[in-house]
Design a protein around this ligand. Structure first.
Ligand code: AMP
Length: 302
């Protein structure tokens, strides 16, 4: 089953203690769709400016991603500038330039409107809602957000959360959104406002899922070197949603496997800048790391 994604397609300028990248291809929808394309068909909704090279669009097409919903508009592509210090879990935003996204009015191609799985990647919650409104009876809807929108568009975000099945969010942002120090209490509070399932990403400490009354936690893969964490969250979501769409059934057992696939995909992404590692990734590597996750979390009964 296919996935429709709306989110940013961007040029990122990123500095980490290990190097820097200037104006590299990035964006929440770019990372998400590249990651999900290993598992299922992806339809992309976004806007880029006239400065966006066709070779990047060809690269997405080459992965089988449907780019009919990716528009080129007069103006400049979205730009994000960020810095990471030794605590790679914490991105420090230096600049955000919405550019062509500030006047983006998405109209879904006819063929996109019956997509069963929908991922509303990190972008203005107003745009996330506009896209969701155009999808006919989606089977499963998930979304992400960040502090920029929690602070800037809280009402639209609250409205959106009532309409999603799964909400994927960072630990710090979950606390900020719920105004709660305890993660468990924050999760319960967020779930009360809408999403049945909540996945909280904890960077190098893995992720936790609250689904109905149940709780599942997955570690992050123990990497010796993390080069650039940009896009880890979106790549994680791409693995989660990609696997769920592939199975067509978001039951608890599949959700748990999906989280491991998400963790596998994110662990590869952080090994290099921009989408370099994902673009070179092979299916056998994904399968092998999935099996390693099984080994590293296994323990026997009493
Ligand atoms: P993450 O997966 O959380 O590391 O997301 C990183 C990506 O989010 C980068 O490639 C940025 O281009 C993109 N991004 C940063 N800020 C925003 C924002 N306010 N809205 C949409 N996308 C953003």
């Amino acid at each position: 089953m296919g996935i429709l994604v709306v989110g940013s397609v961007a040029f990122d300028s990123v500095q980490t203690p290990f190097g820097r990248a200037d104006e590299a291809l990035g964006g929440s929808a770019t990372y998400f769709s590249t990651s999900a394309s290993f598992f299922t068909d992806v339809r992309l909704v976004a806007v880029v400016g006239e400065d966006f090279p066709d070779e990047h669009i060809d690269g997405l097409k080459g992965r089988g991603i449907d780019v009919e919903g990716l528009k080129k508009a007069p103006g400049k592509t979205f730009r994000w500038k960020g810095r990471y210090d030794y605590d790679l879990n914490q991105a420090h935003t230096l600049e955000t330039h919405l550019n062509v996204f500030s006047s983006f009015d998405p109209h879904l191609p006819e063929a996109y409107k019956d997509t069963p799985y929908v991922f509303l990647a990190n972008i203005d919650p107003g745009l996330q809602l506009k896209v969701l409104d155009q999808v006919k009876k989606p089977k499963f809807v998930a979304c992400d957000t960040m502090n920029f929108w929690i602070e800037g568009k809280p009402d639209a975000l609250r409205k959106l959360l009532k309409r999603v099945d799964l909400f994927v969010i960072n630990e710090g942002e979950a606390r900020q959104l719920a105004n709660e120090a305890s993660l468990v209490r924050a999760a319960r509070k967020i779930q009360k406002d809408g999403p049945r399932i909540l996945i909280i990403k904890r960077g190098e400490y893995g992720s936790v899922m609250f689904s109905g009354g149940s709780y599942f936690c997955a570690p992050a893969y123990p990497l010796e070197e993390v080069f650039d964490p940009t896009g880890a969250g979106d790549t994680f979501a791409g693995g989660v949603m990609g696997y769920l769409a592939n199975t067509g059934d978001a039951v608890e057992a599949n959700l748990r496997k999906a989280i491991i696939f998400g963790s596998v995909m994110a662990s590869f992404n952080v090994e290099a800048f921009s989408l370099e590692r994902l673009n070179a990734l092979r299916l056998e590597e994904i399968r092998a790391r999935y099996s390693e996750f099984k080994r590293l979390t296994h323990f026997d009964d009493l």
